[in-house]
Design a protein around this ligand. Structure first.
Ligand code: GDD
Ligand code: MN
Length: 388
């Protein structure tokens, strides 16, 4: 995108972040707005000043939902003064979270960000967020719930509601919501690679949930900030948004059941058991190797089968960012399953020697006992099947 005129976009489409980017731009910051005509100009000037002052090449993308107060027009009047500014005027759809996704779909750089358009997110924190986004970190979140962060003058009722929503999120999506102290934050950065190819379908306000649930996120960094009072305009939060939040949580909760990756993951896991058992029978009965040796070799055949199929088929769409990432991933499963294989050998020997089970029975019991553990471990270390 280039700065200047207002670009009209029609909402309601499925949005995907592509891998195309322009290496000369460091940051694409989306500013979602609805009726923020009174705040937007100051904010744009301040952001531009801070980023330019710090030498961060950037683009500012206002995504306005065709506001009745003509926020888009006010914003675009700054185009000459702020050459890094673009303004999208979206029709046919409203909603904070989808507005952000829409802005990102038009963004050029490798780092995608979002900040409120009403001045409640302190702009200078942006530089801290950028600093925190080191090589190993995919998401950098501004948090109200860290020492040094907070809210000014929130009523006890609003605090309670916000914390209640967070607790509910933790209950329904512990692996997602539990990764940050402030999952409700609408002020954060994410690396493009972490969300490339993911279809974003956020409902309502909470785009961060969508990113954490669907993205391939390694490390998350958090920086404290104080959520400022609104000086102009009014909040757009309505009771209906709490229902949106619930719908969003449920949708993300059900995500794994629909995912093709999970089905393929299960297929690989189940056929691996057969391969493993068949190899054991062949080695032990056919080639007359001893029990431990047969079980160890069969186990390793099963591991290699699993590792290769997961990489080439199940998670084929999930491109490793670097060769090193891929090797780390492969070694991760190999290591996890290898340790478990050692456990399996001990168990087989114990079952045969102490419980006098036959070799095949001992092998099958140990296989059944150790496999689920191995996959849990392997998945934690590597592809995370539930994020497909
Ligand atoms: N394009 C677009 N479309 N923008 C919207 C819409 C919409 O439907 N609804 C709200 N916005 C914009 C607002 O104009 C503002 O710039 C920003 O999104 C935040 O909206 P507010 O209505 O001011 O939200 P808030 O202050 O109550 O809530 C904030 O608090 C959370 C703190 O946990 C939001 O900023 C969240 O992003 C933040 O996480
Ligand atoms: Mn606000």
């Amino acid at each position: 995108m280039t700065g200047g005129a207002v670009v009209d976009v029609v909402g309601g489409q499925t949005l995907q972040i592509t891998s195309d980017h322009d290496g000369d731009v460091d940051l694409s910051l989306v500013i979602p707005t609805f009726n923020e005509a009174d705040s937007i100009a100051d904010l744009i000037r301040i952001l531009h000043g801070i980023l330019t002052g710090a030498g961060v090449s950037h683009e500012l993308i206002v995504v306005d939902d065709d506001s009745p107060d003509r926020t888009w027009e006010v914003a675009s009047s700054l185009a000459d003064e702020v050459p890094t500014l673009s303004v999208l005027r979206r029709t046919g759809e409203t909603g904070l979270a989808t507005a952000v996704a829409c802005g990102w779909a038009h963004a050029r750089s490798r780092v995608l960000g979002v900040i409120d358009g009403d001045g409640q997110h302190p702009p200078e924190v942006l530089l801290d967020l950028l600093d925190a986004l080191d090589e190993r970190t995919d998401v950098s979140v501004a948090s109200r719930h860290l020492p040094g962060g907070g809210v000014t003058n929130w009523s006890a009722a609003r605090r309670l509601l916000s914390r209640g929503a967070q607790a509910l999120g933790l209950l329904l999506l512990p692996g997602t919501v539990g990764r940050v102290t402030d999952p409700m934050s609408g002020y954060f950065l994410v690396r493009r690679e972490a969300v490339v190819g993911q279809e974003l379908h956020p409902v309502g306000y909470k785009i961060l949930l969508e990113v954490l649930a669907r993205g391939d996120i390694r490390r998350v960094a958090e920086t404290p900030y104080v959520f400022l009072e609104r000086e102009r305009g009014e909040s757009k939060v309505r009771p209906l948004h709490y229902l949106d939040y619930l719908r969003h949580l449920m949708r993300l909760r059900l995500l794994p059941l629909r995912s093709q990756a999970l089905a393929r993951y299960l297929a690989v896991t189940l056929t691996a058991l057969i391969v493993d058992a068949a190899a054991f029978v062949w080695l032990f009965d056919g080639l007359d190797l001893n029990l431990t040796r047969s079980a160890a070799l069969a186990g390793e055949v099963g591991i290699l089968y699993t590792v290769l199929l997961l990489d080439l088929w199940t998670f084929a769409g999930r491109v490793a960012r670097t060769a090193l990432d891929r090797i780390r991933r492969l070694l991760g499963v190999q290591l996890a399953l290898g340790i478990l294989l050692f456990g399996r050998l001990m168990l087989i020997n114990a079952l045969v020697n102490w419980f006098h089970l036959g070799p095949l029975a001992a092998f099958l019991v140990a296989l059944a006992a150790m496999t689920p553990v191995g996959h849990l471990l392997g998945s934690r270390l590597t592809w995370r099947p539930n994020r497909g």
